[in-house]
Design a protein around this ligand. Structure first.
Ligand code: ADP
Ligand code: GLC
Length: 481
C-alpha cells in the first residue's frame, strides 16, 4: 500500500505536543509492515537540519486564490521513513508554527490550504501515487474536500490515474477545529456549493467538520474518546456530524516510541538506568534529580511530576484547587509546562510560598520531561478531557504511577489500584482524595507500590501492534467508493 502521511508537526523536526510524537513514530511502524509510507510537513524556520537534502527538481507551483505560489521540497530520512518538508518563506519562515502566544497568525487558513495543495503537488513531482492520504488535525482537514472536488469535477488532474486516493482523517483533539470567518471562503478555492452543508458551523467555516463529512475513514486516538466525541459533552458541536459517520470511525490507542522513552537507555538520566526487574536505578535517579534542583531528598516525601501544556483541558484548575493541600500531605511537586498566564502566575506563587517543596520550569524542555518521568514517584494528569494522552503512558514505562481523571485515553490506559490511580468527578477535593490514597499506598504498603510499578513497566504500549490496526483502517477506507 502507498500512504502519504500529512501532518503539521513531526518529531523531531517540529513539536508542540503529542501529535508530533505520534507523527514521528507511527509511519516508521507502518513501514516495517512492508508499506511505502512517506510523510509531509511544512519546513518551519525552527526545523533543525537533520540529514536533510533539497530535492533537485523544479519548484512546485501552487495555484491559490491570489495567484501562483512556489515551494521547494526537502527530504529527510532521519526518522526512519521519508519525510518531505515543504519550504515557502512567506508562509512558514516565521517565529512560531501557528501564532504568537494566544494570537493566531491571521492567514493560517491560507498557509494550510497551501500546505495541503503542496503536499499533493509534491507527490506528483516525486512520482509517488498514494492509495491513502492520512491527514492529521485541522491544519490538514482541507485535503478531503480538495481531493473530492478535483475528483468529481476533474478540475485538476492531481494524480496520474484513477481511482482517487482515499482519505483518512485523524482527530487528535476536538477542541481545535480550524474555524474561520465566512468571508475567508475564497481562500479554499472550492465551489461555493460545499459551504452550506459541509463546512458551515454557526455562520463560520469549520475545517474539521468538512473532513468529517468528506473523509473515507475517521480516526481518533483512543477507543473511549471515539465514543465520547459523539456525545454533547465532548463533541464540541460536531457530535451530530460524527454520529452520522459512526460506521467509518475508528478509535485506536496511541503508542509509545521505545527509542525515545525507555528507562533502559534514556540519555538524560545521569547515565543511570533501570528496569522492572531491577528498580534500584530509579531511586538513584531521584536522588540525583533532587540534588540538581535543590529539593530535600527524603524517601517518605513522594515526588510528583507534571509535564503538560498548562491549559484548561489538562485539569490544571483542579490542581490549583488543591495544590496547597497536596503539599500538606508532605509531598513535593515538580511542574514543567507553559500555556495560560493565570496558571504560570499560580505556580510561580506556589513556588514562592513553598520553596522547599515545589520546583517549576515554565517553558519547553525535552530533557527535563525525561528526567521528570524517570525521577518522580507519581505523575499528575487530572485532565478534564483527554483524546489519548502520551505522558501517562510514558509514566507507566518509567514506573511513575499516574494519577489521572477517568476520561478518554486515560480511561483506556490507567486501571485504578493496578497501574495507577484514577477518579471520576472533576473536583479538586476528589483529586486530593486520590492523591491521598496514592500517598497512603506509597508510605504504608511499599510492596504493593513496587508490584504496581512492575506491572505498569511491563505493559506493552509499543506501536508494533497498533500499526496493524491502522492498516486495517486503511483497508476499510480503500473499500469505500
Ligand atoms: P498533548 O498533545 O495534549 O499536549 P500528550 O500527553 O499527548 O498531550 O503529549 C504531550 C507531549 O508533549 C509529550 O511528549 C510531553 O512530554 C510533551 N510536552 C508537553 N509539555 C512539555 C514541555 N513543557 N516540555 C517538554 N515536553 C512537553
Ligand atoms: C492531542 C491530545 C492528546 C493526544 C495527542 C496525540 O494533543 O490532546 O490527548 O495524545 O493529541 O494524539
Amino acid at each position: 500500500m502507498n500512504i502519504l502521511y500529512v501532518s503539521p508537526e513531526i518529531a523531531p523536526f517540529a513539536k508542540t505536543g503529542g501529535l508530533a510524537d505520534v507523527s514521528g513514530a507511527l509511519p516508521r511502524s507502518i513501514k516495517s509492515l512492508g508499506h511505502d509510507i512517506r510523510s509531509v510537513m511544512p519546513k518551519y524556520r525552527s526545523v533543525p537540519d537533520m540529514d536533510m537534502t533539497r530535492l533537485d527538481m523544479a519548484p512546485l507551483r501552487i495555484s491559490m486564490h491570489n495567484g501562483i505560489h512556489g515551494a521547494a521540497v526537502w527530504q529527510s530520512e532521519f526518522s526512519g521513513s521519508p519525510v518531505y518538508l515543504i519550504e515557502n518563506t512567506e508562509y512558514f519562515n516565521r517565529e512560531n508554527f501557528y501564532g504568537i502566544g494566544n494570537w493566531d497568525y491571521p492567514d493560517n487558513l491560507e498557509r494550510f490550504v497551501f500546505f495541503c495543495k503542496a503536499a499533493i503537488a509534491c507527490c506528483r513531482s516525486v512520482g509517488f501515487a498514494p492509495d491513502i492520504i492520512h491527514c492529521n488535525d485541522w491544519q490538514t482537514a482541507p485535503m478531503a474536500a480538495l481531493i473530492r472536488q478535483a475528483d468529481s469535477e476533474a478540475a485538476e488532474n492531481i494524480f496520474p490515474a484513477p481511482p482517487r486516493p482515499k482519505i483518512v482523517f485523524s482527530i487528535h483533539n476536538m477542541a481545535y477545529q480550524g474555524i474561520f470567518p465566512e468571508h475567508f471562503w475564497p481562500v479554499l478555492t472550492l465551489s461555493r456549493r460545499y459551504y452550506a452543508y459541509d463546512f458551515e458551523f454557526y455562520g463560520q467555516i469549520n475545517l474539521m467538520k468538512s473532513a468529517i463529512v468528506f473523509s473515507d475513514a475517521i480516526h481518533t486516538v483512543s477507543p473511549t474518546y471515539a465514543h465520547e466525541i459523539r456525545t454533547t459533552d465532548l463533541g464540541f458541536g460536531l457530535q451530530g456530524a460524527l454520529q452520522a459517520r459512526q460506521a467509518d470511525t475508528f478509535g485506536i490507542l496511541n503508542g509509545v516510541d521505545d527509542d525515545d522513552w525507555s528507562p533502559l537507555n534514556d540519555p538524560f538520566t545521569y547515565g543511570l538506568h533501570f528496569s522492572a526487574d531491577d528498580l534500584s536505578g530509579k531511586k538513584h535517579i531521584k536522588t540525583r534529580f533532587r540534588e540538581e534542583y535543590g529539593l530535600p531528598d527524603a524517601e517518605d516525601k513522594p515526588l510528583m511530576g507534571i509535564v503538560s501544556r498548562l491549559v484548561d483541558q489538562k485539569g490544571i484548575d483542579l490542581v490549583m484547587g488543591c495544590a496547597e493541600r497536596i503539599l500538606g500531605l508532605d509531598t513535593q511537586i515538580f511542574i514543567l509546562g507553559f500555556g495560560e498566564q493565570r496558571y504560570h502566575d499560580f505556580f510561580e506563587w506556589l513556588l514562592s510560598k513553598y520553596p522547599d517543596r515545589v520546583r517549576l520550569y515554565i517553558g519547553f524542555s525535552h530533557e527535563l520531561a525525561h528526567k521528570i518521568e524517570a525521577a518522580c514517584d507519581m505523575f499528575l494528569m487530572p485532565s478534564r478531557f483527554e483524546p489519548c494522552g502520551l505522558n501517562q503512558i510514558y509514566s507507566l514505562k518509567y514506573g511513575t504511577l499516574p494519577i489521572v481523571r477517568h476520561t478518554g485515553g486515560l480511561a483506556d490506559t490507567i486501571q485504578d489500584g493496578r497501574n495507577g490511580f484514577s477518579f471520576h468527578d472533576a473536583h479538586p477535593d476528589v483529586l486530593l482524595d486520590t492523591v491521598a490514597r496514592a500517598c497512603a499506598v506509597y508510605r504504608n504498603d511499599p510492596e504493593k507500590w513496587k508490584q504496581m510499578m512492575r506491572f505498569a513497566m511491563k505493559q506493552d504500549f509499543s506501536w508494533r501492534h497498533t500499526a496493524e490496526l491502522y492498516v486495517d483502517m486503511y483497508r476499510h477506507a480503500l473499500s469505500k467508493s
